[in-house]
Write a protein that binds this ligand. Structure first.
Ligand code: LLP
Length: 418
């Protein structure tokens, strides 16, 4: 299914001409395809029968319309902050379907999540275990928990998004895990239900996932041997998508293997936390060319979106395809760098691209649905972009462009005597 495609020379999001969306809502603009999100979801859901659960990683794209759509498709949610929990609830998600990951859960976040009665805390350290026990005991409740173990596998991805190596800050080392489980089993206000891991993001080969699974299943067997009754295994997210010419990761075989292993052990519910694979290719960022600036060494297309809108190229040197929203016949392509207006040399979307675009033309930056808007900032006092979701020929504004004055709302001048 092609949600973003040309019809003649015009680029379309489902049945909506992207140029019309840009005219109606301005640029920079994120455009999401409802059909693409649904199709991506089904790729997992069709191979993942109950009682197994999919918890969408909210950090990938936390727009309320996206969360609401996924809640209606039966998603659970993987959150990493009290703010994300509040968003899920505001979008109609159920607290019971939420797992709370994250290395630095604050006292207030834990208390809030307990009050909301979330499904599970994914505990990342021995200190966090004690903190959750204390807060749950003060409240007179029992906290459902899972222990995040670091399986020490190389995810073969960008070092900033690899999380499953011993050298990373995430999870508890395999060698220390048994002791933490034993300690947890003695604490009255904890219900130790699960084991979880997450080895990294944008992983394109099944091998690291299978290696990690092997280690996690071994651990569960050991724990059960000690009488610690683990009833769920959460293998995290990390499923990569092609940004360039990479081969697609086929998840069905991996999902099948997990289920076969779980059946062998018995009484084990499986969970996954996909983020990027659900929304990544379901979104584009539309930007307008402000200037064409030829130079002796390089030619630049200066566009109206910046690294504050889509940070991935600047932060990870990530590749995003860039295509014209309207193709012009007979206009020669130039070799250009596509760069933003922010005062940083690292403010770019693509180097050495072949594009035939002039001032006023629109470009679409592809695969911007995951870690696009959610990583946006107001750097250079730039309001964050608007977001629309298309469904067939209907487009809904799902987030308004930020009004400028809202950027300094809550700021205060010094008083006369200060
Ligand atoms: N679960 C946990 C515990 C995670 O830390 C993450 C992502 C996920 C699930 C979802 O991973 P996914 O399925 O989306 O790969 N900003 C980076 C990606 C950071 C991912 C952080 N953790 C990027 O733009 O590539």
């Amino acid at each position: 299914m092609m949600s973003f495609t040309y019809k003649g020379n015009q680029f379309f999001a489902e049945e909506c001409a992207v140029a019309d969306l840009a005219k109606a809502h301005g640029t920079p603009l994120f455009v999401y395809s409802k059909a693409a999100i649904e199709a991506n979801w089904q790729q997992f859901a069709q191979h993942w029968p109950a009682p197994h659960k999919l918890c969408y990683a909210v950090k990938a794209n936390s727009n309320l319309a996206v969360l609401n759509l996924l809640a209606r498709l039966g998603a659970g949610f993987d959150i990493v902050s009290g703010g994300e929990l509040a968003r899920v609830l505001a979008a109609g998600g159920k607290a019971q379907d939420v797992v709370f990951s994250g290395v630095g859960k604050s006292h207030d976040e834990i208390a809030y999540a307990l009050d909301q009665n979330i499904g599970c805390f994914n505990v990342e350290s021995a200190a966090e275990l004690e903190r959750i026990q204390n807060i749950a005991s003060e409240k007179g409740v029992v906290a459902p928990i899972s222990i995040r173990v670091n399986p020490d596998v190389d995810a073969q991805t960008h070092p900033y998004i690899a999380t499953g190596l011993k050298a990373n800050k995430f999870g508890i080392a395999m060698t220390e895990a048994l002791d933490v489980f034993r300690r947890g089993a003695t604490l009255a206000n904890l219900d130790m239900r699960g084991v979880d891991c997450h080895i990294g993001s944008q992983i394109l080969s099944p091998k690291p996932f299978l290696d990690a699974a092997e280690r996690m299943f071994d651990l569960i067997t050991k724990l059960r041997g000690e009488g610690i009754q683990i009833t769920h295994l959460d293998m995290g997210g990390g499923f990569g998508i092609p940004y360039q010419q990479e081969e697609k990761l086929e998840v069905s075989g991996y999902l099948q293997t997990l289920q076969e292993k779980a059946e062998k052990l018995g009484n084990l519910k499986l969970m996954l936390e996909p983020g990027r694979a659900i929304v990544g290719n379901a979104g584009i960022m539309v930007t307008k060319v402000e200037y064409y600036k030829p130079g002796s060494e390089k030619n630049f297309l200066l566009v109206d979106a910046g690294m504050n809108d889509l940070l991935r190229p600047s932060l990870y040197n990530a590749y995003h395809a860039i295509v014209p929203v309207e193709r012009h016949d007979g206009v020669d392509e130039q070799l250009v760098d596509v760069v933003g207006p922010v005062c940083e040399t690292g403010d770019f979307f693509g180097h050495a691209r072949h594009l035939a675009a002039q001032e006023g033309d629109m470009l679409a930056v592809m695969n911007a649905g995951a870690y696009g808007f959610t990583m946006a900032s107001n750097y250079n006092t730039r309001p964050r972009a608007a977001e629309v979701m298309v469904h067939g020929n209907t487009a809904t504004l799902v987030r308004e462009r930020e009004p400028l004055a809202s950027l300094w709302q809550g700021e205060h001048l010094l008083g006369d005597d200060a």
